[in-house]
Design a protein around this ligand. Structure first.
Ligand SMILES: Nc1ncnc2c1ncn2[C@@H]1O[C@H](COP(=O)(O)OP(=O)(O)OP(=O)(O)O)[C@@H](O)[C@H]1O
Length: 792
């Protein structure tokens, strides 16, 4: 004990022992739980064994380690040793060392050689070899090559400990350090020394500022090209994901990069120096510079690919005169009789164009009949082509001719319910294979003759490209969406750009049919679209009401509204509260706490599980926050907690929550609990593609940063039956008049129509890439031609 105290330092608390069992090991974040037989410890521990937790690579059972950290008392699991850092112990007995050296870890060293080493160097053989590898020269059985192999393997096997200590010195906590180690293994320290900025790309959780601090510690100068390049790449990536842009202009990129570099208050970097590194990055193909636009390759090629494949679809001419007008009208007449609906001229036009064009864009606000038209297209396609709509009539290898898809599970479900036909997510159609990407692509196209995509406003540039890439020859495509809704979460504004290109047959539905059924919500939606707030907005109608209140009164008002809904027999499934932001007194987080108590209060025996600040309860309404195509759940899907399992109850020894998404049960273990949140109140962004019988929309000036016309429009069009607005009329007015939907920068439209618009701008700016007043940005000597050779 005395010897160990000296060895480990006065204050280091430790447990040294043999790993008996690895109870749990998370491959993603490396969190591990081990059962360890104690050999030595600085702590008062009565048992011979202890549970050790921490972030480790896969530790070997039956090997000895020393864990440094502290003893804790877990409320459920009792005494545990929480590890900050650890090291692998080398064996100390002669037999142990022989066994270790002759194990698979050291190639070329057999038992005989190991015995010879121990015979000569004794019990401290390993330390001796590590301190001075030349001691091996004295062992007859070990030649130069074998000696080198042995020393290298010893260093690498003991390397993790050294790496962890170094990372600790660089200020990395154990969890982040393990992530860095996981990414680079024994190359960790070399990479950090050579280019710490590489961590930004390879290690989740490390941004430019953190990497820059690391750079400073190892003496990377403020003007180092690697530093400036990393700031450029980080800026473009961050801005595109944040703002939804597909490219940044050179000027924007330089300004944003400069802001980032100035953040660390190192020496001033001039714009010209940044511009030079942008050129270098272009030469290295890490970015693509086209005219004055700068792209990340992934978005550039997604846009290029989409343009190419849309043009390919549009080149198909065989559909034009496929059916005589009379045949079409006859078939339509039969359908109208069957459906008891009289299609309006624009709706009829949409059906006809869908059947007789290679591609159609169908757009319109709520209640304008988009779904009714989709039904018409499907029925008439089947009738005129003489094909069955019953999937049972198709043999296994035969593909169903009509494919209905939507970007999210909920939107696909809605499409399926409305048409009575199977509909799937785009990920499902293309057969998402997790890390391997999609099974269907240009080399393995999907089957089918007619593809109908709903909720196209939610489709980003990347998934649009994946979809079009996988289309077979001779397929007709119909894309349906509401251009006034919020754009996709990911970069791009595919629907708007396709519409603006004017090269794709398009039908805009404007007449509202649901209004005929007396919906004042839809009337309101169309007013908002025009930027108008009706005079009588606060007057209640049969399907909407406006309860005026201040931010301070919001919780009280929502409580009253929800209690009254519950009294009328509505549940959390029927009522959806939609707010624009998470934080603040009227934010989603606060409202969810209140709503959980109203919709799903604590009762004896109802299971609960705490995660961070949130208490989850059986029966809670849950929102999925990320795409998880492997389990067929997507960002924005809503489910319900159906089971909660405590770690002590299962063989996996893990806390688990099971959420049912319309019958699809997904099990989450604790490390994945951040993939969902409460959904009693959810963000308007996440509600895209979904509809709810009753929508309650709080709106106050406290939300001002988020309030935009298309956000409010999206929220109110989510309600199928009634809408309750609570809050301040001024905030609503302000939001509706704010149509600045922070325009996304994309070049899809220009590329689709090969527009001369871009060339004209370029013509004007041949001398200077920016307007004259911006010339002091430091690009005086750089023209678009500096980038020309690298344009793909
Ligand atoms: N030509 C028509 N004549 C009579 N009723 C119609 C007509 N077209 C659509 N409708 C009715 O209007 C209502 C709304 O139509 P539909 O659901 O197709 O619109 P939508 O654009 O898909 O709406 P949302 O985007 O809100 O889902 C439905 O009840 C539908 O039956």
């Amino acid at each position: 004990m005395q010897e160990s105290a000296d060895l480990f330092g006065e204050n280091e608390r430790y447990v040294k022992g043999l790993v008996k069992v690895v109870i749990f090991h998370n491959e993603q974040n490396l969190y591990s739980v081990l059962k360890v037989r104690i050999h030595e410890t600085s702590e008062e521990i009565e048992d011979k064994e202890i549970t050790v937790t921490g972030y480790f690579p896969h530790l070997h059972e039956d090997e000895t380690y020393t864990f440094f950290g502290s003893l804790t008392n877990h409320p459920k699991f009792g005494q545990q040793f929480q590890t900050e850092h650890f090291r692998k112990e080398v064996p100390e007995t002669k037999e142990g060392i022989i066994q270790y050296l002759s194990s698979d870890l050291f190639k070329g060293i057999g038992k005989k050689t190991a015995e010879a080493i121990v015979e000569k160097l004794g019990e401290s053989a390993i330390t001796k070899i590590l301190q001075n590898p030349q001691v091996l020269d004295t062992i007859p059985k070990v030649n130069k090559d074998k000696a080198k192999q042995l020393v290298d393997a010893l260093i690498s096997h003991q390397g993790l400990e050294q790496i962890m200590i170094s990372l600790n010195q660089f200020g990395f906590g154990p969890q982040l350090a393990m992530k860095v180690y996981q990414a680079y293994q024994d190359r960790t320290l070399t990479i950090i020394q050579e280019n710490p900025y590489q961590l930004v790309n390879d290690v989740e959780g490390i941004g430019f500022i953190r990497a820059d601090e690391l750079g400073q510690q190892i003496g990377i100068s403020g003007k180092s090209p690697e530093r400036i390049k990393a700031a450029c790449l980080y800026s473009i990536d961050y801005q595109c994901l944040q703002e939804g842009h597909v490219f940044l202009t050179l000027e924007q990129l330089i300004v944003k990069t400069k802001e980032l570099l100035d953040h660390s208050k190192q020496e001033t970097i001039h714009e010209t120096e940044i511009a030079n590194e942008i050129i270098a990055l272009g030469n290295e193909k890490k970015i693509i510079v086209e005219e004055e636009r700068v792209y990340l390759p992934t978005f550039y090629y997604a846009e290029q690919g989409l343009v190419k494949n849309i043009k390919k679809v549009l080149e198909q001419t065989e559909y034009q005169d496929l059916f005589p007008e009379s045949e079409f009208l006859l078939s339509l007449g039969h359908l109208e009789d069957k459906m008891k609906v009289q299609y309006a001229p624009t709706q009829r036009d949409a059906i006809q164009k869908a059947l007789m064009s290679p591609m159609l864009l169908l757009t319109g606000g709520p209640g304008t009949g988009k779904t009714t038209v989709i039904k018409g297209i499907v029925e008439l396609y089947a009738d005129l082509h003489g094909c069955s709509l019953d999937p049972q009539d198709y043999k296994k290898e035969e593909s169903f001719p009509i494919l209905l898809v939507a970007p999210t599970g909920r939107a696909a479900k809605r499409m399926s319910e409305a048409t009575g036909m199977p509909a799937v997510t785009i990920h499902r159609l293309l057969k998402w294979n997790g890390a391997d990407g999609f099974e269907h692509d240009e080399n393995n196209p999907i089957g089918g003759k007619l593809l109908i995509v709903d909720e196209v406003s939610m489709v980003d540039i990347w998934i649009a490209n994946q979809l079009f890439k996988a289309l077979p020859e001779n397929i007709q495509v119909v894309m349906v969406g509401d251009e006034d809704q919020l754009p996709s979460v990911g970069p791009g504004q595919v629907l708007r750009d396709l519409l603006a290109s004017d090269i794709i047959p398009t039908v805009r539905l404007t007449d509202i049919y649901r209004q005929a059924e007396g919906s004042s919500i839809i009337e309101l939606a169309h007013d908002i679209k025009q930027g108008r707030l009706p005079q009588n907005i606060t007057a209640p109608t049969s399907d909407r009401s406006f309860i005026q209140c201040s931010q301070a009164q919001m919780k009280e008002v929502i409580e009253k509204v929800i209690k009254s809904a519950i009294n009328k027999g509505y549940t959390a499934k029927d009522v959806q509260i939609l707010a624009p932001m998470y934080k603040g007194p009227a934010g989603i987080d606060q409202l969810n706490k209140l709503l959980q108590e109203l919709f799903n209060p604590k009762t004896p025996g109802k299971r609960e599980m705490q995660f961070g600040e949130v208490m989850y309860r059986n029966g809670d309404k849950i929102l999925q926050l990320v795409n998880q195509p492997d389990s067929n759940v997507f960002n924005g899907d809503i489910g319900e907690i159906v089971s909660i399992f405590y770690a002590k109850e299962n063989t996996e020894k893990q806390d688990m929550i099971v959420v049912s998404f319309d019958g699809n049960e997904v099990t989450y273990t604790k490390q994945d609990f951040n993939q969902f949140t409460h959904a009693f109140c959810c963000s308007i962004h996440k509600s895209q593609g979904s509809e709810f019988p009753i929508v309650v929309m709080p709106i106050v000036k406290g939300y001002y940063r988020m309030l935009r016309r298309n956000l409010i429009y999206t929220a109110i069009t989510r309600s199928k039956r009634s809408l309750v607005i609570c809050g301040e009329k001024d905030a609503l007015q302000w939001g509706i008049s704010n149509s600045d939907s922070s325009e996304r920068q994309t070049s899809l439209m220009q590329k689709l129509c090969g527009s001369s618009e871009v060339d004209e701008i370029d013509e004007l700016q041949k001398e200077l890439p920016f307007p004259i007043e911006d010339a002091n940005i430091g690009m005086e000597n750089i023209t678009p031609y500096d980038f020309m050779e690298i344009v793909e």
